[in-house]
Write a protein that binds this ligand. Structure first.
Ligand code: ZN
Length: 315
């Protein structure tokens, strides 16, 4: 809780960086953007812990890495009791009252599933409640934005999205090629999120989304997660929260107050906005939301919109 806001960060690659760089979550000098200390300072109540796997290795090698990341979460993050895993909505409500940070496990890029619904079920049982369908390349579900042909969902991808929604996992379309986003929206009966993407109308980067898709996401009951990645914000030097606010204002105009949330991409980026360098700087942004949009909209953007998505998705 920060100034009465329930804060949810929809995307930080903490598990990826712990796995790939061997960084410690609890070390007070940890180089993680969202280390335990920084999460404490950030005011974040629910953090989506993302594992991203090197997409150049085979799907079965990726699955080993996913399992290793999940083990690391249980051994090195969850064991101390200051972070608790969320697998059901009642966990969220309980942890907010208890003032303990909740963690949602997320997979960025579903390559490891490799056409097997059984693997999706196993990942669900291991606690994963949020899946980004692709990274930039193609996999058995769909094409990512980096795939030139820009295809939509495969037959298996449609089956997987329906099964994710039935099980109670959040469907995340950030990184997906735009045709895939259209396909997901056409079959979705649960809220869809783009956990870390900004507005293409403000800065035309392939990872940002055009207004029609943003509006489709909101109509599904979902939300955009505004992301702090400098090269999705714009191309000026020394970009700051000011530049991020331009995306926010546009998104509030086209998506309305129910369609804007936060997805930092901390620990998935090497460069940061000049005054949003790690979780420690989160309060600056939260103050700014309250000052610019007022407390009611700030509450929605800071966390209530993603809490609504969780409430309508996970059981
Ligand atoms: Zn990403």
């Amino acid at each position: 809780m920060y100034r009465g806001l329930k804060v949810v960060d929809g995307h930080a690659d903490i598990l990826y960086r712990m796995e790939s760089e061997g960084l410690s979550f609890y070390d007070v000098n940890s180089r993680l953007h969202q280390s335990a200390v920084n999460i404490q300072k950030s005011g974040v109540d629910v953090q989506v812990f993302v594992t991203f796997i090197d997409p150049t290795i085979t799907p079965s090698e990726q699955l080993y890495k996913v399992l290793s990341s999940l083990h690391r979460f249980h051994q090195e993050v969850e064991k101390s009791g200051s972070i608790e895993l969320i697998t059901a909505m009642e966990d969220v409500d309980r942890l907010i009252v208890k003032r303990t940070t909740g963690a949602i496990l997320s997979l960025e890029g579903a390559d490891a599933i490799n056409g097997e619904i059984a693997v999706l079920h196993a990942l669900y049982r291991l606690g994963i409640r949020w899946i980004g369908l692709t990274w930039n390349g193609a996999n058995s579900l769909a094409d990512g934005v980096g795939e030139e042909r820009g295809g939509g969902l495969t037959k298996f991808g449609k089956e997987a999205v329906k099964e994710m929604q039935r099980l109670g996992m959040v469907t995340d379309v950030s990184h997906l090629a735009w045709r895939g986003v259209e396909d997901v929206l056409a079959i979705a009966d649960k809220p869809i999120v783009a956990s870390h993407s900004n507005a293409y109308a403000i800065y035309p980067h392939r990872r940002n989304l055009p207004d029609e898709l943003i509006q489709g996401i909101v109509q599904s009951g979902g939300t955009m997660g505004v992301t702090f990645v400098p090269h999705f914000v714009g191309d000026r030097e020394n970009q700051s929260i000011d530049d991020l606010m331009v995306h926010m204002e546009h998104l509030l105009r086209v998506a309305g107050p129910d369609g804007v949330a936060l997805g930092s991409d901390f620990d998935g980026i090497t460069e940061t906005l000049v005054n949003l360098r790690s979780g420690e700087d989160y309060p600056l942004l939260l103050d700014r939301l309250i000052d610019e949009f007022g407390i009611d909209i700030a509450k929605k953007v800071a966390g209530e919109n993603l809490l609504r998505v969780l409430r309508n998705t996970i059981h």
